[in-house]
Design a protein. Structure first.
Length: 247
């Protein structure tokens, strides 16, 4: 763990208020995501995976502990500074793509930069689409693209600002096997060829096997880590052990 790691979670705790009383979604999580590494976060439903990603990405606030992105602590930042840091340093991809239906693929990719007041040269937008294999789809609107193509546009958009880290919450959850494989191969390539840091939440051991490290959560805590020679079977075995222990 170094100060300059793209993301560091230092005792991250998130407690939600609910009618039934407080729910501790994350409980003293210590994790670091080094530059150019690909981490998968797994765990049973309700174990805190989405909460971890949302807090790490500055979409949600920690109740206790701290999140550091590129050495900057998020807790002390006001909403405007946090929004700016998120825009400049963090990419996020959701299961539902979240593209703007009325805009073309190219316009969707350029949108965050435009909202930040930058006019992006068309060549740079096209290059970003080419990187995800969609150079010939620049003028298509989301409804004219397959789910896998829409997710690749969302990835191009998320990476357009060259963020310190890309977070992806179940990005292949709605995709067929072939499209999933394309998206995962793309993410793996971003790590290997561009030193991109990627943190992926998934329930799919096949998807997790694309990562360098699998972090297993249960009840808001890190309970296991798997590294080295990841295979879907090995990941599934560790996950099954976890789910058996939870029963
Ligand atoms: P996962 O993504 O692993 O399924 P989540 O991070 O979504 O888990 O949720 C972790 C725990 O926090 C669950 O018990 C969930 O019910 C609870 N939780 C999540 N979001 C909220 C919220 N906004 N209000 C209250 N409880 C929440
Ligand atoms: Mg979730």
């Amino acid at each position: 763990m170094t100060v300059s790691d793209p993301v560091r979670l230092d005792g991250l705790t998130r407690v939600y208020a609910s009618d039934a009383g407080p729910v501790t979604a994350l409980d003293d999580v210590h994790l670091s995501f080094a530059a150019g590494t690909f981490t998968a976060v797994m765990g049973p439903s309700g174990s805190g995976k989405s909460t971890l990603l949302h807090c790490a990405a500055g979409l949600d606030r920690a109740t206790a502990g701290e999140v550091f992105v590129g050495g900057t602590a998020l807790g002390p930042l006001g909403d405007t500074a946090l929004t700016r840091l998120r825009r400049d340093r963090i990419g996020f991809v959701f299961q539902g793509y979240n593209l703007v239906p009325a805009l073309t693929a190219a316009q969707n990719v350029a949108l965050p930069a435009r909202l930040a007041g930058h006019r992006e040269p068309a060549e740079r937008v096209l290059a970003a689409l080419a990187e995800v294999g969609l150079a010939d789809r620049a003028g298509h609107r989301p409804a004219q693209l397959s789910g896998g193509e829409q997710q690749r546009v969302a990835i191009a958009r998320a990476l357009f600002t060259r963020p310190a880290v890309l977070f992806a919450d179940e990005p292949t959850g709605a995709l067929d096997t072939a499209s999933s494989r394309l998206v995962l191969t793309l993410l793996r390539g971003m790590v290997d060829e561009h030193d991109q840091t990627v943190v992926l939440v998934t329930h799919d051991p096949v998807a997790a096997a694309y990562a360098d490290r699998v972090v297993l959560l249960a009840d808001g805590r890190v309970v296991d880590e798997v590294t080295g020679d990841l295979t879907a079977a090995r990941v599934a075995g560790r996950l099954a052990g976890l789910e058996a222990a939870a029963c």
